[in-house]
Design a protein. Structure first.
Length: 586
């Protein structure tokens, strides 16, 4: 264990001398207040330390002590429903110990050492096990059963194992290794946050992560194990979109990282999630959620760690065979923390002052997502989907963080302020967004064979609308043919009746794939029937038909009424269009 003294303090950066025996990324305790920090650069016996707490009042000569271990997360029962800061300190326990304002140097373990969990073995004495094998389970919440796995790098036979109530530090099993040494296995594991957890095999992402958000599922789907970015200017709804994905995405576990965003946004999450019912289980959403809150007023260096802490926890649940959705809000604030530390270290700046290694650090984070076969003889399949919000200054996505992110991710949901200002939410621009995941086969096989065809038709209408609007601006609506005016009406119906979705309406906040398909079919059926009769009817009269309003209201129909209402509207479309044709003919 290396000990040294402070030589220089520059904001969150502390330079210590006498640290020749320390290693890169060792966790250190700084000063007599024992502030937690991490070594990020070594020159001779001088170590540069990023301190994860406020450094005001520190001075040269104060002691610095290395723990000899890298920054690690504690993995075990007690994670679900937990609220942690950027270095996995439990905020509720800190509040109970020191009040509502975070005290410096507080040393509280991440997982409760007193609480007992009921452990149920799934292997017997004499069984041969290897890294990743499940030796037992703990029912952490009503929704999540945590699988206790053999730690990485261990292999042998079970010498003893007991069912019962244990704390996370109690021995639940003894493993006899191949060299005849015994290892005590507990419910708690530690994992260095900057290392991705190993797996047996990475699978291709060919199954969608269903979100219930129509513009995402239908036009720009993300795969399970996929990566997506949501860039957008202030006020365009990034946080609400991420909240919606956290609430409704088809994931077993949600890890939500509030990285450098405003404190009131995290307050909304903390107030809302415990009161929200999980649609799949009927229990509180917190029963399957881990929250990491490192808001803009908390120490800037801890933002850099919060991303890694969050994804290490997500990988742990992925290894159990769960589908995990990770929300990072926002990676721009994380990149700003990198920029600040890089400036303090006097490194050569890259574009806009960001460090030259920004793109590689972003890639290291996003590459840890994926659909994998875990270690162990059983080989469970798990998925980790990473969705990162990006907050480009002024909404300009040509800036370095947005561009580096777009080179890595395969889904781009482009939020536009002009859509948000016109009250169109989610404000995802259908002309500039994209998804590079080929999921059409899955949708055709599992929802309806016409899914890909309908999606392509919708996108054609929306693209045609953009071109026709340019003509309208130049020469007016009267210059358009009847079929072109009908295209504009079809695209307007897609925008207003399908893409627009109310996050705060109980029936509209989530839309199943079957309902999405019926909505698309109604809009396109009305368009097709109108197009067949375009020469015999007036567009102005067509758009005033009562069935148009009914198509628009279909999004609010309850699930048990869908089929009946769909058939009634379909019949009404045929009837009203034919009546209009007769009237025009007369």
């Amino acid at each position: 264990m290396s000990k040294g003294t402070i030589k220089k303090v520059a904001g969150p950066l502390v330079v210590a001398e006498g640290m020749r025996n320390a290693n890169m990324f060792d966790v250190v305790r700084v000063s007599n207040q024992r502030l937690i920090g991490e070594i990020i650069e070594i020159h001779g016996d001088q170590a540069s330390i990023q301190v994860y707490e406020e450094t005001a009042g520190l001075g040269p000569g104060e002691p610095v002590e290395s723990t000899g271990a890298p920054l690690s997360v504690e993995l075990g029962p007690g994670l679900i429903g937990g609220i942690f800061d950027g270095i996995q300190r439990p905020l509720v326990d800190i509040m109970e110990a020191s009040g509502t304002n975070l005290q410096r140097g507080v040393e509280i373990p991440s997982l409760d050492r007193e609480k007992k969990w009921h452990f149920v073995p799934t292997v017997s004495v004499g069984d041969s096990v290897e890294a990743g094998d499940v030796i037992g389970t703990v029912a952490e919440t009503k929704v999540v059963v945590q699988k206790i796995m053999v730690p990485y790098g261990m292999k042998g036979t079970i010498k003893s194992i007991n069912e019962g109530d244990f704390t996370v530090l109690d021995t639940v099993a003894v493993l006899s290794k191949e060299d005849n040494t015994d290892v005590n296995l507990t419910l708690l594991q530690k994992w260095p946050v900057r290392r991705g957890r190993p797996y047996k095999q990475k699978l291709s992402p060919d199954e969608p992560l269903i979100t219930g958000q129509r513009v995402i599922d239908t036009l720009f789907p993300i795969a399970k194990g996929g990566v997506a970015a949501i860039p957008g200017p202030f006020g365009s709804g990034k946080t609400v979109v991420q909240h919606q994905l956290a609430k409704w995405a088809d994931a077993d576990i949600v890890v939500y990282i509030g990285c450098g965003e405003r404190g009131n946004e995290m307050t909304d999450v903390l107030n809302e999630f415990p009161n929200l019912k999980d649609p799949k289980t009927g229990e509180s959403l917190m029963e399957r959620t881990v929250l990491i809150a490192n808001t803009s007023d908390m120490p800037v260096a801890a933002r850099e760690a919060s991303i890694y802490v969050g994804i290490s926890i997500a990988e742990y649940f992925r290894d159990m065979g769960y589908s995990v959705a990770l929300m990072a809000d926002s990676t721009s604030r994380w990149a700003e923390a990198l920029r600040e530390m890089s400036g303090r270290l006097e490194e050569m700046p890259g574009e806009e002052g960001y460090p030259a290694y920004l793109a590689s650090r972003l890639a290291q984070f996003y590459e840890r997502a994926g659909r994998v076969i875990s270690l162990g003889k059983e080989g469970r399949e798990g998925a980790l989907s990473a969705i990162g919000a990006v907050s480009p200054p002024g909404g300009d996505i040509s800036e370095p963080v947005s561009q580096a992110t777009l080179r890595i991710v395969k889904v781009f949901w482009s939020l536009e302020s002009n859509l948000a200002y016109s009250r169109h939410f989610p404000a995802i621009n259908w002309l500039t967004s994209y998804s590079l995941y080929d999921l059409g086969k899955w949708f055709n096989a599992n929802v309806n064979n016409n899914w890909s065809e309908y999606k392509a038709k919708m996108m054609r209408l929306l693209n045609d609308e953009a071109e026709l609007e340019e003509i309208v601006k130049l020469v007016g609506m009267d210059a358009l043919s009847a079929s072109d005016r009908l295209k504009l009406e079809g695209a307007r119906s897609i925008r207003e009746d399908f893409l627009h979705q109310d996050a705060f309406h109980e029936d509209d906040t989530y839309t199943s794939l079957d309902k999405q398909y019926l909505m698309i079919e109604l809009i396109l059926k009305f368009y097709d029937i109108s197009l067949e009769n375009i020469n015999n009817l007036s567009i102005d009269d067509l758009v005033k038909l009562p069935v148009r309003e009914r198509i628009g209201r279909f999004k609010y129909v309850k699930t048990n009424m869908l089929k009946e209402e769909y058939e009634n509207i379909l019949a009404q479309i045929n009837r009203e269009v034919q009546e209009l044709v007769k009237k025009e003919g007369a």
